[in-house]
Write a protein that binds this ligand. Structure first.
Ligand code: GLC
Length: 799
């Protein structure tokens, strides 16, 4: 019996008997008597697309989410037919389509059901707007858990929740508040140790119910558009996340400075204040790579202008900051002030670039500058114009990067917080209303920004940040989680949001460290920095109306703690950069929640706090005041406590000491962690020697280090250095093998190896099969050795 209110509605229509079947290279078409068409595309053995149309009409196929580099289709497949169903098989899954109801069941090759329709596809005609509300219901499998969905500020496991996707300017949002700034209609299901993913590529407002309304049913629906979803089979969660990320794309490598520590506030002005902040970092020796200019640098909040009283010579200021190792990041919003004397406004009016309402007038709304019009970024011509507006700002004034905000688009003083729904959009030649374009508006804005910034900072790499986003936005920009609050609860939210974004294809993410609204005390700020240095984007930002939030704004003890952790981030830059490389190249998320790390271990399915930074570092923030440590789950395997080098066996919860100057950090045994010396900013020092912290293991572990020129595009022409290390530990020996790829010559000649946990005293060392005297490897103490970077095999033999 159906009890779901969404489904109960008697206006629902269902596909009936399949009366026609057709195959067209990589696609299968099934048509029912009542005119429902199901198009199935096998994109890869484990990626299958399902698309439904009604009344025999398929709309033109168009998506902003899918990467131009995504895999396209898989030829030469057969469907078998029985009396009751059709069967499509790939090397990974079997898809059954029921002839009577068009319901779909997907199983693995052993016949285990991975995902099956309950009612399956159904729809309801939308009498107000035209088109359909399109709906899908699936059976929730026993013990099934759910993950993904972008920036939801709720428990990491979504089982029992209902969530909504409608990008929203949600100032000072709370735990469980929904929707927020991003719309990522992608989830991962996990049951019986098998994971799959489902991406509902529909830009209208969408809703997902994960066994919330009915215990055995998972459903999702949209207020318009098509039922159009991609199914990804694992069985490993890592495979699912990578398949989804391959489909929606990854960013190019950022300049390395973008992974440094960044300082922001609403707002640093005038020029003298900006410089004062910058020099204080250098004076106190707290590393920092970028300083941010929020809206107040503009003349009356007009984008692409400068307030010349606050910033009389921005070019000179930016260049002086640059000499001191600071990059300048400037904010640009979508709303263009209605002002007849303002050139950007004039150009947009002249060329008809602003969005219009359904009945013709320009769409207008209030934002920071007052009444504004809004460019239609869904029009390719408008995007090109917008990209061109960055020319002066980037090439002449010399700004290094751009931060796009308010691009939901946010509109003030209206209950909907955004554009009216009848606003028209080009949607790249598929004209539509804001109901369809809302969720991708910010994405298309930042896409245009990215194109412009990329063009004008060339031959350097672009760095762009966005607040709003839809699936695929990661191809163009990094992001932050919006206007959070300086509370302990928000520290928990920050941790969950970043993990969730990482498994939702968007790894280049961080939060306003310390909280945007309100003011943290020193303890909360220190704890947040300890977490924030492990986030791919690491920036302190605050609204500024409750006081300062610089590393020195609290007491001396806090300043010292903050310095210590920012220094750790700078030491770990080669490790972090390698995980960015793997994200860019192999679609591997930069942060892995515990369930991603070890889905076979049921204990991980409901964990929220612990995560793996990169591949081999386990981190767990302290999220309560006055704590001297915390209980945490250590995943299975052997780990080294980063602070004491003691080993611990995982597979259970443990108390871990972590007074205010520590955060629990563990290193996977066998790992080789590369470290740079502490620099005040990226590129300050020539790296003379690469430190490798080697964590002994009785067994085998692989590690990787990626390096290149840290900016520019030579890496795409082979100018990179990729070192793969294989560590093999035995009772009385340790062997490191190095496999090198790429032509880039690193500046250092030697490695400094810190050998941790070695169970023996070193008797002799062989480098590429030649014995070398211990004095030639420059042993310091008993477990630090310096060797040439060129070795293939380093063999350490014990006494
Ligand atoms: C929004 C942004 C915030 C920014 C402020 C002023 O609230 O989310 O980061 O500081 O606008 O531009």
């Amino acid at each position: 019996m159906i009890t779901n209110t969404e489904l109960e509605y008697k206006g629902n229509l269902y596909p009936d008997q399949i009366v026609d079947f057709k195959k067209d290279s990589d696609k299968f078409y099934f048509t029912t008597q009542n005119g429902v068409i199901l198009e199935i595309t096998v994109i890869r053995n484990s990626t299958i697309r399902f698309r439904y149309a009604t009344d025999h009409v398929m709309e033109p196929d168009f998506s902003y989410a899918i990467s131009p580099d995504a895999p396209r289709g898989y030829k030469d497949l057969k469907a078998e037919e029985t009396d009751t169903e059709y069967l499509i098989s790939t090397a990974k899954v079997k898809v059954l389509v029921d002839k009577k109801s068009m319901r779909v069941q997907i199983s693995d090759l052993e016949g285990n059901i991975i995902n099956e329709d309950e009612l399956g596809f159904h729809y309801e005609e939308n009498y107000t707007y035209g088109g359909n509300s399109v709906k899908m219901s699936k059976i929730t499998q026993s013990g099934e858990s759910f993950y993904g969905m972008g920036d939801k500020a709720t428990h990491f496991n979504l089982k029992g929740k209902r969530v909504h996707n409608w990008v929203t300017d949600q100032y000072a949002f709370g735990k469980d508040q929904d929707p927020l700034y991003k719309a990522v209609p992608f989830y991962i299901g996990l049951h019986q140790n098998k994971a799959y993913g489902l991406f509902f590529d529909n830009t209208f407002k969408t809703h997902f119910d994960f066994a919330h309304e009915r215990r055995n049913v998972t459903s999702f629906w949209a207020e318009g558009g098509e039922m159009n979803y991609y199914f990804f089979y694992g069985p490993d969660m890592s495979r699912v996340v990578r398949s989804y990320t391959d489909l929606t794309g990854t960013p190019e490598l950022p300049p390395l400075w973008a992974l440094g520590y960044h300082q922001s506030k609403w707002s640093y002005f005038p020029e003298s204040r900006v410089k004062q902040i910058a020099s204080k970092f250098r004076k106190l020796k707290i590393p920092c790579d970028a300083i941010y200019l929020d809206i107040d640098y503009m003349d009356g909040f007009r984008c692409f202008t400068w307030d010349k009283t606050k910033f009389p010579d921005p070019k000179k200021m930016i260049s002086e900051l640059n000499e001191d190792g600071f990059k300048t990041v400037v904010m640009i919003d979508p709303g263009i002030k209605i002002d007849r004397d303002y050139w950007v406004y004039q150009e947009a009016i002249k060329n008809d670039y602003f969005c219009k309402r359904g009945d013709g007038p320009l769409m207008s709304g209030k934002v920071w500058p007052g009444q504004c019009n809004f460019p239609d970024y869904t029009n390719p011509e408008v995007r090109e114009w917008w990209a061109g507006l960055y020319k002066e700002l980037m090439s002449e004034v010399g700004a290094h990067a751009v931060w796009n905000d308010m691009n939901e688009p946010a509109v003030m003083e209206v209950p909907t917080k955004t554009a009216p729904l009848d606003t028209r959009h080009d949607f790249d030649g598929h004209p539509c209303s804001h109901r369809k374009a809302h969720n991708i508006y910010g994405m298309q804005m930042v896409r245009a920004t990215y194109e412009g910034v990329k063009k004008y900072v060339y031959p350097k790499r672009p760095f762009v940040i966005t607040r709003a986003g839809y699936s695929g936005t990661q191809r163009f920009a990094s992001t932050w989680t919006g206007d959070n609050v300086a509370t302990w609860e928000h520290l928990w939210i920050a941790n969950v949001q970043v993990q969730r974004m990482c498994v939702s294809g968007m790894s280049f993410v961080g939060t306003d460290i310390g909280g945007f609204a309100e003011q943290p005390n020193g303890e909360l700020f220190a704890r947040w920095i300890q977490l924030g240095i492990f986030h791919p984007f690491c920036r302190v930002h605050s609204s500024g109306d409750h006081g300062d939030q610089e590393p020195w704004s609290f007491d001396k003890e806090v300043t010292n703690i903050v310095r210590k952790f920012i220094e750790l981030r700078y030491q770990l830059l080669p490790y972090l950069y390698t995980s960015f490389y793997r994200y860019y190249k192999e679609s591997i998320p930069m942060i892995k929640p515990l369930v991603y790390h070890d889905q076979e271990d049921q204990q991980t399915h409901f964990r929220t706090d612990e995560f793996i930074f990169g591949e081999q570092i386990l981190v767990c923030p302290v999220q309560e005041p006055n704590a001297k440590g915390r209980r945490m789950y250590i995943p299975r395997g052997t780990w080294y406590d980063y602070w004491t080098n003691e080993t611990v066996e995982g597979g259970s919860e443990k108390w871990v000491d972590a007074d205010i100057d520590k955060i629990p950090i563990f290193i996977k045994e066998g790992a080789i962690i590369p470290k740079y010396p502490v620099q005040q900013y990226v590129g300050e020092l020539k790296i003379e020697e690469l430190q490798l912290d080697v964590y002994y293991k009785n067994g085998i572990e692989n590690s990787m280090i990626y390096e290149d020129a840290q900016d520019g595009y030579d890496y795409t022409k082979g100018e990179f250095s990729l070192r793969n290390f294989k560590l093999t530990g035995k009772e009385n020996e340790l062997i490191l093998q190095q496999f090198k790829d790429g032509n880039f010559i690193t500046t250092y000649e030697t490695f400094k190896l810190n050998l941790m946990g070695l169970p023996f005293k070193i008797k002799s060392i062989q480098l590429d099969n030649e014995s070398i005297a211990l004095k030639d490897v420059k042993m310091n103490g008993s477990n630090t050795i310096h060797v040439t970077k060129e070795f293939t095999t380093l063999h350490i033999i014990g006494k």
